[in-house]
Ligand binder design. Sequence first.
Ligand code: XMP
Length: 511
Amino acid sequence: KILILDYGSQYTQLIARRVREANVYCEIHPYDMSSADIRAFAPKGVILSGGHQSVYDHNAPELNETAMQLGAPVLGICYGMQLLCRHDGGTVAPADRREYGRAQIQAEQPTPLFEGFLDSGETTVWMSHGDHVEIPPAGFIINASTPNAPVAAFSNLERRHYGVQFHPEVNHTENGERLVRNFVLDICGCHGLWTSGGFIDYAVESIRQQVGQDRVILGLSGGVDSSVVAALAHRAIGDQLTCVFVDNGLLRLNEGDQVMQTFAENMGVKVIRVDAEEIFLSKLAGVSDPEKKRKIIGHTFIEIFDAEAHKIDGARWLAQGTIYPDVIESAGAKTKTATNIKSHHNVGGLPEEMNLKLLEPLRELFKDEVRQVGLELGLPRKMIMRHPFPGPGLGVRILGEVKKEYADLLRLADDIYLEELYASGHYDRISQAFAVFLPVKSVGVMGDGRSYDYVVALRAVETKDFMTATWYPMPYELLAHISSRIINEVKGINRVTYDITSKPPGTIEWE
Ligand code: XMP
């Protein structure tokens, strides 16, 4: 396994993705990870991430001495390379100009890091730096250069220290994936055994060992993560698992039935379906503030889930679909100060007094790995490749006060929209698409008569991380077709609009 020490680069998670793509297990830890933890982790190689500081800054994060003493190969990326350079006795200096964007590197002396893609000639890389290595440490050879960064890559084969000024983890670096493979497989000697099949065997075994004969509860939402946990835990412990599926009346069309069919009927998972539409809608009556709605939905979910959980005798464990980005994020959240734009009430926040131990079998996986595992466990592709759906569901897609009448109209319109996106092949190219209900009436003409009905807005965005997003350029003909289907088939809606707001300044959801 590989240890990635994080020096604060926005790309650190991408490094981990690249390592995992080579089927090698890795973890990201803060650069000042303790000696004891590093030794316990016992990595076969270390990658030092980039960072936004200069190694000369006061308080600049320092090289982790323990990681250097392991004797394992080290790859420094950008800031990581500069740290390595200083540590081994070279000099780093501010470049004449900051370099940001694509650059061509020219091959110099060969290195195993570039094996198979850069023996001579040039390749395109992604640069983002202010400082650069000026004089490499003694014993290092220069492997690549650019006019602006004469030492774009260096190495000391004996010590097995490698540094690159560019970012191999970023897609724009043409052979970045190959470079990371070369490092983890050939240089560090990792075996590439981290596959979804291998993960399932290991997870099944460890779930069995952790829970023994105890019973486990899982809040099943129908989303990707909780679904994969359900399938995995069911494979491990069968009937010791009970899933609680709370239907809050704010789900998409037929969603509840589909969840029951997939899990209870097809897979034989024990699922308790709680029909709680009335409770949710009555608590939401008269409330139009988005944050208040989120809180009510979150709290009501917890109350209901808690009550159901207490009915399950001898339950000692709560399984959750926490995934690796959640783990990294909550570790980072302690130090970051972010403005609270939305409270993102999720099904995660269950009360501590439930007194259950947590079972989080997906803690180590990235989203695409979770999907891969889900497919391998036999979950339907449509469920696994689904766009994200917020915890509060249609509750934040009906603007203002939530009413059953509105939810029913929205469900029908949304279903037509998604059906057409699937049929036209656009669904998989879009990151998230949904319809929004606007509780305003506008005038129209239908047949011979006047209509006075509600409005639906269609939203579709493309994004990698959901932090920023651009609106999806939907073909006009498709929009025309969807619009006329919705207006003809959903009685009560007579106008459809398409949202052309990116994020920022908009958010993805309307509330
Ligand atoms: P925004 O609207 O903040 O959405 O741009 C970013 C992503 O988060 C989802 N989202 C939520 N997910 N509970 C959730 O579980 C929430 O309250 C919530 N609000 C937004 C949204 O669907 C998008 O994927």
